[in-house]
Ligand binder design. Structure first.
Ligand SMILES: [Zn+2]
Length: 381
């Protein structure tokens, strides 16, 4: 299932107060194969077990969630996974494990809603992409989905022309034409094979690694929609081993994701003035989100701020917790702002981008948004 669908199923669970358990685990072994996540889990579970009164309904539900997480971690983890997110809510009989492309920071939180900040920070890495590594003898095709290698294929061609060249007595000119024709056929075959896997529009990127002179020929066979998604990976060679090619493409995806977020951040910082087309900083961004004005949201991975939530009307605010909600006088409770913002963004299906310690955005409060239309005060068109 694509990540978007998982996330939509997560925001539809409505368990009420403090009954959603979100767990993120860094699965990398530390030193002599020792797993730090199991120590983290053990400590955090005993802390959480003390939150509710003994024998209460909440306590029983939480115990069920914890047991389910524990069982999954003991039995189902794949050694190749770098991290995992587990969402559990026994009150709604909901349980969802999502393996992560990058190790997250360990976290186990009980709250009214799922914690999505860490998951969404990796969302770009779940998008499907393809790689073609080709030279005159072979082409290797890779299809990556949800951060993992989903399909792989090798096309091997016999190098007959070089041996036959002398025997056939071809002129140099004819020989070169002959090679060109081979390259043309081979690139066509490689692209056709790739298109069989991937619906054209589902593919986010196409990375190519080709021998000199082959890239142009390959591009000729790409449909227009894929030409825009094509980028060559220059740091690796078409004869490099699979793992090297895969990690180069993974790094390229991360770089593209970061660049996209930074350019969006630059744009919104330029346009964020009073009555502008963008907001910068927690307060105006949260307020725009709650009035459904946000088109795109940018957060820095380091964004961390305190906020609060009204328990009766659901209104959210930044900073210290007021005694009563200014809107409805209802009771208030502290809330982690980054989680509140990402959750709200997902309920509205807003496009999120994450910068990684990008100074200009961090200085502006670590968060900002491009708006759908001008904030009130200026007459709309
Ligand atoms: Zn209220």
């Amino acid at each position: 299932m694509p990540l978007d669908e998982f996330v939509q199923s997560l925001v539809k669970v409505n368990p009420g107060k403090n009954s959603f358990l979100s767990t993120y685990l860094d699965l990398r072994p530390e030193g002599r194969g020792k797993k730090l996540h199991s120590i983290f889990l053990k400590n955090r579970m005993s802390e959480l077990a003390q939150i509710f009164p003994a024998h209460s309904r909440e306590q029983a539900l939480l115990a069920r969630d914890i047991k389910r997480v524990q069982k999954y971690v003991e039995e189902k983890l794949d050694p190749s996974w770098k991290g995992i997110a587990l969402f559990a809510c026994a009150a709604e009989d909901f349980f969802l494990p999502i393996p992560l492309p990058l190790p997250p920071e360990n976290e186990m939180a009980l709250s009214s809603r799922p914690h999505l900040f860490s998951l969404m920070g990796q969302a770009d890495l779940f998008r499907p992409y393809a790689i073609i590594a080709a030279d005159s003898r072979q082409a290797r095709l890779f299809w990556i989905q949800d951060g993992r290698l989903a399909k792989q294929r090798s096309l091997v061609w016999e190098e007959e022309h070089t041996t036959r060249f002398g025997r056939m007595g071809l002129s140099l000119q004819k020989f070169q034409r002959h090679i060109q024709e081979h390259t043309r056929q081979r690139m066509k075959e490689a692209v056709e094979n790739l298109l069989k896997w991937a619906g054209r529009d589902k593919m986010e990127y196409l990375f190519t690694i080709t021998e000199e002179g082959m890239e142009g020929e390959m591009k000729k066979h790409l449909p227009l929609s894929l030409k825009k998604k094509q980028a060559s990976l220059s740091r690796v060679d078409s004869r490099d081993p699979d793992h090297k090619i895969l990690s180069a493409a993974f790094e390229a995806i991360q770089a593209l994701s970061r660049e996209r977020a930074e350019s969006l951040a630059r744009q919104l910082l330029e346009e964020a003035q009073p009555l502008g087309k963008a907001t910068a900083g927690p307060e105006p961004t949260l307020s725009a989100l709650q009035s459904h004005q946000v088109e795109r949201l940018v957060l820095d991975r380091r964004f961390q701020a305190e906020g609060w939530e009204c328990k009766s009307c659901g209104y959210q605010g930044t900073g210290g917790v007021p005694k009563a909600c200014p809107l409805c006088q209802g009771a208030t409770a502290p809330a982690e702002l980054r989680e509140a913002v990402v959750y709200l963004g997902q309920t509205q299906e807003i496009d999120l981008a994450f910068t990684d310690n990008y100074r200009p955005l961090v200085k502006a409060g670590g968060i900002g948004a491009m708006l759908k239309f001008h904030i009130s005060g200026k007459k709309g068109r």
